[in-house]
Design a binder for this molecule. Structure first.
Ligand SMILES: [Zn+2]
Ligand SMILES: [Zn+2]
Ligand SMILES: [Zn+2]
Ligand SMILES: [Zn+2]
Ligand SMILES: [Zn+2]
Length: 198
């Protein structure tokens, strides 16, 4: 017979749950013999599973990437944001590598240079975003930029001739760069910079 909704109930002093009064004695005998309250989370746990409950819920765990021991609740955040061995991506070459190596790698990687298609200068990757937002495509302007370009040429050991482009070729290059920047801004919206094609 199903329990009547108006049946009086009492609170079991062992598990603090409401138990139909007619079942209380039987329940309490069973409850106090077989269950115990977890001291950490307060759940009622079968006594024979108490150790398993502790180990699977509360015991410290070690990160599979760096072996550091921590509470289970913080493991996901650790692996996602703090673990020195988690895999991150270089912002310049997009190579995946452990977070602990990122700073050193980017120091080197950001010093590499890349040809700016608009002004035909070699620009350090770490300065590329700023350069792209300022570059006006004129080959001879700021002294600092041409110094960078000279250093960059020395780095590469490859001289180049800015006049090798025909007008057609230059326009084509600008169009391709525009498309590349457009695509880039789709994938990396925070880096979206507008190349000024004037
Ligand atoms: Zn109980
Ligand atoms: Zn517990
Ligand atoms: Zn870790
Ligand atoms: Zn890199
Ligand atoms: Zn430029």
């Amino acid at each position: 017979m199903a329990a009547a909704p108006d049946q009086a109930s009492s609170i079991c002093s062992h598990c603090d749950r409401a138990i139909p009064s007619s079942n209380l004695d039987l329940h309490f005998a069973h409850c106090s013999r077989n269950l115990e309250k977890c001291k950490i989370c307060g759940d009622m746990v079968p006594k024979i599973h108490a150790e398993h409950h502790f180990l699977s819920t509360h015991a410290p765990v070690s990160c599979s990437l760096c072996s550091e021991t921590m509470e289970r609740e913080v493991l996901a955040v650790h692996k996602g944001e703090n673990c020195p061995q988690r895999i991150v991506t270089c912002e310049y070459c997009e190579f995946p590598l452990p977070a602990i190596d990122l700073f050193e790698h980017q120091e080197v990687c950001g010093n590499r240079t890349e040809l700016c298609e608009l002004c035909s200068r070699y620009i350090r990757l770490r300065e590329r975003d700023v350069h792209e937002s300022r570059c006006n495509g004129i080959t001879d302007n700021v002294a600092e930029t041409s110094r960078n370009a000279r250093e960059a040429e020395q780095d590469r050991g490859a001289p180049r001739c800015p006049n090798e482009f025909s007008k057609k070729r230059l326009l084509f290059t600008i169009a391709i760069t525009g498309i590349a920047v457009l695509l880039g801004s789709l994938f990396y919206p925070k880096k979206a910079e507008h190349v000024q094609v004037h």
